[in-house]
Design a binder for this molecule. Structure first.
Ligand code: GTP
Ligand code: SPV
Ligand code: MN
Length: 592
């Protein structure tokens, strides 16, 4: 625990806030987290002895645990995630809004006495590298040891943050209680004006580990708007080309459970041995325009909260070693024979398992053994293919950024925006199928601009305007690409093999960045000359490949009309620049 000197060095406003929360929640005990190994051991031991989670086989999975959440608390709940401001227009038509005073009143009522007989953990945390002008601090109060342990992996927490808090002009306040986990009183409230978060009756990562989407995207996006930078739902990848003696940094927005972690951890196919790919971040990027007019990015996080289901030797071999120590697994299955975790995609299924709910499972059982949104929380530091740039306070200079989503038809495997401004349109017009990362039905196509639909803390029309404003300050903008790994054939199978093979597409992007190859112009942007895609060692019929790039004019007109309906929802908030780009593209497609 932090000592008294350390606690007293914190801002008075923070000490007062902690006191207020203790009174309101009637918590038994205040525990100030220092982030040390000793503290972590105490907390992990506590959850083990209380039977709240299962310690896994120490020989195979050192310091690893399995946590099961109730069935009604397995994903983000978008319909209970609120932006709370004075008026609804600030939140915009895509957010759920509640008037600030009303939300505060409702939340204080729910928090009243909620931590009786519970310990209240106070977690100072740092988002981003140490000693960086781009980093931010926050303080989360929670009554969940599971949340503390997750925060410790995903942020730089405890003493490091206490040191930094003094040099920062603000800290974000975040309050969480597991409450009674009732769905009818579950709320994740954001107060962007106050830089304040309140979340109750949930323990699922994205709802309760408040550094993540609530701070690093919803609150940070409003701070970014005010300060002239961008907080994005993007991975950040480093690609080194030894022959060209150059590093490329590529950020990319893909919706939840749509391939960011996989792409950030990509292992290039065997014949690409003059390339190395390393991870800077897998989920969130903060992007800034430097004094030199370059667009630079940092990863505000310190670990990965990745989808376990489907992760295995053929999809993401790089992460597997990392998951063998210091990792928390949530809602995966358990192999009782050797007390190891299991999920679909990891290996051949064992004869007998306990599924994610703790029920006996066999390969012939009809249900999934692991939940589709089962997750691992694992430190970045121990990941063997990380880029050292993840701790660089200056961030990295972007060479390219990409947008995309799950689409079974229409959208080509890859295409390139003709200008950065058109790239903003590509981001804004992204439509994608929903996944298991949020509750509700999956596979429904919806607009998900920049993959930020669920994460933009203010009116998305103003957010588009903000992108154009930031673009004006960028001197040498990164190239913008759109990708779609998810096109299906008439039998419903994915046409493109995806995962590691996606590197072939990245290689083409790099060739475009270096001006090594030409491209084919379509009304929507540039697609590759098929011969410029390095497909050595890949079995894919020519016909299938052509299908991935087939331009369906009528389909595109229909798509653009859907996009137009979506944009119109924002009324006058949509900037002229976006309509200009849209109209240009519409005209080009129509005349094609
Ligand atoms: P969040 O953590 O929710 O933001 O997800 P994410 O965008 O990081 O997605 P992730 O990389 O964890 O991938 C989610 C799922 O998408 C995985 O279980 C894979 O099955 C699938 N996926 C990822 N990449 C590919 C790909 O290239 N092709 C196909 N077909 N599926 C992919
Ligand atoms: C996502 O849903 O985009 C995630 C997981 O990365 S969560 O932290 O729950 O938001
Ligand atoms: Mn995500």
């Amino acid at each position: 625990m932090l000592n008294n000197n350390e606690i007293n060095s914190l801002p008075d406003s923070l000490i007062l806030w902690v006191d207020e929360i203790k009174k309101r929640t009637k918590s038994d005990k205040v525990y100030w987290c220092d982030g040390s190994d000793k503290e972590n051991k105490e907390l992990t031991d506590l959850l083990t002895t209380e039977g709240k989670w299962i310690k896994l086989n120490e020989n195979e999975y050192q310091n690893c645990y399995l946590y099961r959440t109730p069935k009604n608390d397995v994903a983000r709940v978008e319909d209970r995630t609120l932006i709370c401001t004075d008026n609804a227009e600030e939140a915009g038509p895509t957010n759920r809004w509640m008037k600030k005073e009303k939300a505060l009143k409702m939340m204080w009522k729910l928090f009243n006495g909620v931590m009786k007989k519970r310990t209240m953990y106070v977690i100072p945390y740092l988002m981003g590298p140490e000693n960086s002008d781009f980093s931010q601090v926050g303080v989360e109060i929670t009554d969940s040891a599971y949340v503390v342990i997750n925060m410790r992996i995903l942020t730089r927490m405890g003493r490091i943050a206490v040191k930094e808090i003094k040099n920062k002009e603000r800290y974000v306040r975040a309050l969480h209680s597991t409450g009674d986990l009732s769905l009818e009183n579950r709320y994740i409230c954001h107060f962007p004006d106050e830089r304040l978060l309140m979340s109750i009756n949930t323990e699922y990562g994205g709802n309760a580990v408040l550094s993540k989407k609530p701070h690093a995207l919803r609150i940070a996006s409003t701070i970014a708007r005010d300060e002239g930078w961008l907080a994005e739902h993007m991975f950040l990848l480093e690609v080194e080309n030894k022959k060209r003696n150059k590093n490329y940094y590529i950020s990319g927005a893909l919706p939840s459970a749509s391939g960011k972690t996989n792409l950030a951890m990509i292992k290039p196919p065997a014949n690409f041995n003059d390339f190395k790919a390393r991870t800077v971040g897998d989920d969130i990027s903060w992007l800034f325009v430097g004094k030199d007019g370059e667009l630079r990015g940092i990863n505000p996080e310190n670990g990965f909260f990745g989808v376990a289901y489907g992760t295995g030797p053929s999809s993401n071999p790089n992460i597997l070693q990392s998951l063998k120590k210091n990792t928390v697994f949530t809602n995966v299955a358990l192999n009782p024979k050797n007390n190891t975790p299991w999920w679909e995609g990891l290996s051949e299924p064992p004869e007998t398992l306990y599924d994610w709910t703790g029920t006996e499972w066999h390969p012939w059982s009809k249900k999934n053994a692991a939940h589709k949104n089962s997750r691992f929380t694992t430190p970045l530091k121990q990941y063997p293919f990380k880029s050292e740039a993840y701790k660089d306070p200056r961030g990295v200079k972007l060479s390219a950024t990409l947008f995309g989503g799950r689409r079974s038809s229409l959208i080509p495997l890859v295409y390139e925006a003709k200008t950065f401004e058109q790239g903003i349109l590509l981001g804004a017009m992204t439509r994608a199928e929903t996944t298991a990362a949020q509750s509700g039905s999956t596979g429904v196509v919806r607009s998900d601009p920049m993959s930020m639909l669920a994460f933009c803390g203010y009116n998305m029309g103003d957010y588009f305007k903000h992108w154009f404003d930031v673009a004006k300050k960028v001197k040498r903008p990164p190239k913008v690409f759109n990708v779609n790994w998810f096109r299906k054939d008439e039998k419903g199978n994915y046409i493109w093999p995806g995962f590691g093979e996606n590197f072939r597409v990245l290689k083409w992007m790099i060739d475009r960045i270096d001006g090594k190859v030409n491209a084919v112009e379509l009304p929507i942007g540039f697609i590759p000359n098929i011969d410029d895609l390095d497909l050595k060692g890949l079995v894919l019929e020519k016909e299938k490949l052509n299908e991935l790039f087939y331009f369906d004019k009528q389909g595109w007109l229909k798509e653009l009309n859907e996009v137009k309906i979506f944009f119109k929802k924002f009324g006058k908030h949509i900037p002229d620049e976006l309509w200009d780009e849209f109209n240009k593209m519409y005209k080009n497609v129509n005349e094609y």
